[in-house]
Design a protein around this ligand. Structure first.
Ligand SMILES: C[S@@+](CC[C@H](N)C(=O)[O-])C[C@H]1O[C@@H](n2cnc3c(N)ncnc32)[C@H](O)[C@@H]1O
Length: 298
């Protein structure tokens, strides 16, 4: 089912070194490029993966992504809202309605921004104060911003929320079969090994537990797709330039979105990790600009 919302954008500031590489792309050449979704490929010398439209050594991507989010952490929320016109909030609200958590649910929220909505849902719908959430992120700066946000809420001095620096590909502090729901929103496309992330989710979920992912995806309507391409490759970087004086970060954003899997490819990765899916395993939002993927550990 498609929903008519606008496309969200967010600002990702690149380090000066990365910015130099980014200048090589013109918006026209970017638009003509056909991108086969791929996670890694092996050359004679080293395994490579993508960072936007650039190929980088696989062991380099994590620190490149880390630099991006370390740079934007302080202004991330404001830019997210300003550039998406708030649409990411509507998608996340839909995500929580789809999850419909029950009282006492234990959530693991990877890469943040689902936790607060989750606790509010449990409080408002069930009058429940026993639901709990662990928020993890690989980047301490982003996690710190999440903590600051929680300090201003009714959950600040409760045991309902805690924070851990963890890599989604190796959640070493999270025991096997210990959580009811695992969420990751707009985080997984930044990870080097998407399949490892999903397998880790499977490991930490209890039997009957649910994996849910909100991520940018592929637009399913060719006419809307044309407008989306223009919006993505011409307007978003220009907005980045005008509003944040940061064209390169927005260029990275649209490139990383185009590099991510199609809905069906990602649903297969989820099933390959052992999850059972209902129907196709996903729900499109805004003609597929974003999608909610879901799988159950049976
Ligand atoms: C685009 S932000 C998403 C933030 C938030 N979920 C939202 O919807 O606005 C991506 C987040 O993923 C985190 N991230 C990237 N790679 C990660 C990894 N391997 N493990 C855990 N978090 C990761 C980044 O540090 C960053 O905080």
């Amino acid at each position: 089912m498609s929903r008519l919302f606008l496309a969200p954008v967010r600002s990702l500031k690149l380090s000066p070194v990365l910015s130099l590489g980014r200048k090589a792309f013109s918006s026209a050449s970017v638009r003509l490029q056909t991108v086969e979704p791929k996670e890694t490929k092996e050359t004679k010398e080293t395994k490579t993966t993508h960072f936007g439209f650039r190929d980088v050594a696989e062991n380099e991507k994590e620190s490149l992504v880390h630099n991006v989010f370390a740079n934007v952490a302080g202004s991330y929320d404001i830019m997210n809202d300003a550039m998406s016109m708030g649409i990411h909030r509507i998608w996340k609200d839909e995500f929580i309605r789809n999850m419909a958590p029950g009282p006492g649910t234990k959530l693991l929220d990877v890469a943040g921004d689902i936790a607060l909505r989750f606790l509010d849902f449990c409080k408002n719908i069930h009058r429940d104060s026993t639901a709990s959430v662990t928020m993890v992120d690989i980047n301490p700066h982003m996690l710190e911003e999440g903590k600051k946000r929680f300090q201003k809420t009714q959950y600040a001095h409760t045991n309902q929320a805690n924070f851990l620096v963890q890599n989604a590909e190796n959640l070493e502090a999270i025991p096997d079969a210990s959580v009811d729901v695992y969420t990751i929103a707009f985080g997984i496309r930044n990870c080097t090994h998407v399949d490892r992330v999903v397998k880790e989710a499977y490991r930490v979920l209890k039997p009957g537990g649910r994996f849910m992912c909100l991520e940018f995806s592929k637009v399913d309507n060719p006419v809307i797709g044309k407008f989306y391409d223009i919006y993505s490759f011409d307007i978003i970087p220009t907005l980045g330039q005008v509003i944040a004086n940061d064209r390169d970060s927005y260029q990275y954003l649209v490139e990383s979105i185009r590099q991510f899997y199609s809905q069906d490819e990602f649903a297969k990765i989820i099933r390959d990790a052992g999850f059972s899916t209902v129907g196709k395993g996903y729900e499109n939002l805004t003609f597929g600009v974003a999608a909610i993927h879901s799988g159950f550990k049976m």
